[in-house]
Design a protein around this ligand. Structure first.
Ligand SMILES: [Mg+2]
Ligand SMILES: [Zn+2]
Length: 262
């Protein structure tokens, strides 16, 4: 009524203030009433409910606005991929258990093509590989390094190498499905982990990616278990397809321009 009266007298701005604060007060009263009603309704409780009922709405609105602003500033989601981290055995090269002979390193058919595509699109590349045979004492770190050099001869240079030499019983934080190597690779590349993809052939590659907050792509082989394929958020039939999917995602969801929203 007061607002209507002010409006009739041509004081529109005052009318809005009166209507607004009356409305706010009414809603606050209703909020307090609902919170006090269930009890125990002693003076302490009623006082606390009254005070917090006044404070909660502005705090909630401020929180909501802050979230909306952060969301807008964060840029497109999912963010554009800037780096692809590949599992080694069964993904880049055929898995030859306990291989210490560089001559037996054989890339998967489209590995070179997939990596060329990634590099041509200015994506950084890396390798994240579990080499537990070192931890078990079956091969040496030098053996692994020799194989890795051969991988680079065949597939070109990678921007980062992360190798876990621990046995599964060591309880380290790097061995996949732990996220340690994904974090280390992202840090080494200077790329946010949310802008890294992890491409691998088994469930632990997917799990390491998810645990780190990176984007997993599973490229199953005949050794990949069906439940691992079912559990993977993104499955590609080949390495080249995996890279194509990630690049396509960059074009549609994210943004290809480098450094956007970082
Ligand atoms: Mg593998
Ligand atoms: Zn480790």
């Amino acid at each position: 009524l007061a607002a209507a009266g002010l409006l009739l007298r041509g004081r529109a701005r005052d009318a809005v203030v009166v209507a607004g604060s009356t409305g706010w007060a009414a809603i606050t009263l209703d909020f307090a009433r609902r919170r006090i009603a269930p009890g125990p309704r002693n003076p302490r409780e009623v006082a606390r409910m009254a005070v917090t009922s006044v404070l909660i709405p502005p705090a909630a609105i401020a929180h909501r606005v802050r979230g909306a602003v952060r969301h807008r500033r964060a840029g497109p989601w999912p963010p554009a991929i800037e780096a692809i981290l590949f599992d080694r055995d069964g993904t880049l090269i055929h898995d030859v258990p306990l291989n210490t002979d560089p001559a037996r390193v054989a890339p998967l058919p489209d590995a070179r093509k997939a990596l060329d595509t990634a590099r041509r699109h200015h994506l950084r590349t890396g390798v994240v590989t579990n080499q537990a045979a070192v931890g078990r004492g079956e091969i040496s770190e030098d053996d692994v390094a020799r194989i890795n050099r051969r991988v680079e001869e065949l597939l070109g240079p990678f921007d980062t190498w992360q190798v876990c030499h621990h046995a599964s019983t060591d309880g380290c934080e790097c061995r996949k499905p732990q996220p340690g190597m994904v974090f280390a690779a992202a840090a080494d590349l200077g790329v946010s982990v949310s802008r890294c993809a992890v491409v691998g052939d088994v469930g632990s590659d997917v799990e390491a990616a998810l645990a780190a907050g990176a984007r997993p792509v599973l490229v199953p082989t005949r050794h990949t278990r069906p439940e691992e394929v079912l559990a993977a958020p993104l499955v590609a039939k080949s390495l080249a397809t995996a890279v194509d999917l990630l690049l396509k995602g960059n074009l549609s969801g994210g943004n290809l321009s480098k450094g956007n929203g970082r």
